[in-house]
Ligand binder design. Structure first.
Ligand code: NAG
Ligand code: NAG
Ligand code: NAG
Ligand code: NAG
Ligand code: NAG
Length: 240
């Protein structure tokens, strides 16, 4: 199980926006070992994920994100992603939105996508606080992709075609939240990801329900919970 490097890249992205330079780029995002309830823990990521080891089976993944509402000075990102797992540690296709609060208390929203460490690229799709954004990533082949980002409120849509020499394996899908900084206070009460699903060439279907979970733990306390039902993932700030 390996869910690490994509998040370095998201982190770099957010950091670049915030401060104009990269920070803590080499940090490793290996999760701690799972527990008896099957949940894995991380200090920066909460997500639902599926992984396979029996050959390419995921070629399309999608999710719909409600507008983010970051609190304090703390940003976060939500995303849908193929790969970045044991079989494909250095390759992944990801799209999502990020929001953070500037020092002037202005909240900035961006839609973005990337392939492995190529990118992140900004989408032209405008995101505002009331919006609902749908993102979809498609592996057209192991080395070519189409990324769709659509603002369901405004109807604005972009489809980006991206090729890479980092072949995808099509063996993992995840949907989740990433904090701007390790040990940030959790900058949300509830994040809801809907329509979370993924499909493969042979008719395989993956929904949020039944997926593995990764929750955020800080100072040995679980600070987010992850619940799945149907194609909906609910990530909550847990107050102890
Ligand atoms: C995690 O699990 C592996 C395999 O069971 C074990 O070798 C390793 O020591 C564990 N790591 C920690 C930090 O508990
Ligand atoms: C925002 O405030 C922090 C802490 O006061 C400071 O380190 C940072 O440089 C500021 N960022 C900008 C873009 O002014
Ligand atoms: C990606 O590769 C495919 C197949 O070689 C090619 O048809 C397509 O034009 C390429 N797309 C881009 C954006 O380079
Ligand atoms: C949910 O996903 C399906 C495709 O899997 C798509 O047809 C539908 O429009 C999506 N709905 C929303 C609200 O994003
Ligand atoms: C966290 O919990 C583990 C296991 O209960 C314990 O060994 C460790 O000392 C704790 N760490 C902190 C920082 O409290």
């Amino acid at each position: 199980m390996r869910l690490n490097s994509a998040f370095v890249s998201i982190f770099s992205f957010v950091s670049t926006v915030l401060s104009g330079h990269l920070r803590e780029k080499d940090r490793s995002w290996f999760p701690t070992n799972g527990t008896s309830d099957g949940v894995q823990y991380n200090d920066q990521i909460a997500c639902a994920f599926w992984e396979r080891t029996d050959g390419p089976s995921i070629t399309f993944a999608t999710a719909t994100f409600n507008a983010l509402a970051p609190s304090g000075q703390h940003g976060y990102a939500v995303w849908v992603r193929i790969d970045n797992n044991e079989m494909c540690p250095d390759s992944w296709l990801i799209a999502g939105i990020v929001a953070f609060v500037t020092n002037n208390s202005e909240t900035i929203y961006k839609a973005w996508y990337e392939w492995g460490k190529e990118g992140p690229y900004y989408s032209d799709v405008t995101v505002t606080p009331k919006d609902v954004i749908r993102a979809g990533v498609t592996a057209l082949s192991p080395t070519s992709s189409a990324i769709m980002i659509k603002n369901l409120n405004s109807g604005q849509v972009n489809i980006h075609y991206l090729n890479s020499t980092r072949s995808l394996c099509g063996q993992g899908v995840s949907w989740g939240v990433f904090l701007d900084h390790v040990d940030d206070p959790i900058p949300f009460d509830t994040v809801t990801i809907t329509n979370a699903s993924a499909y493969g060439p042979l008719g395989s279907t993956y929904k949020a329900e039944g997926a593995n979970k990764m929750e955020i733990k800080q100072d040995n306390k679980t600070v987010t919970s992850v619940e799945t039902e149907g194609s909906t993932i609910t990530i909550r700030h847990v107050y102890e």
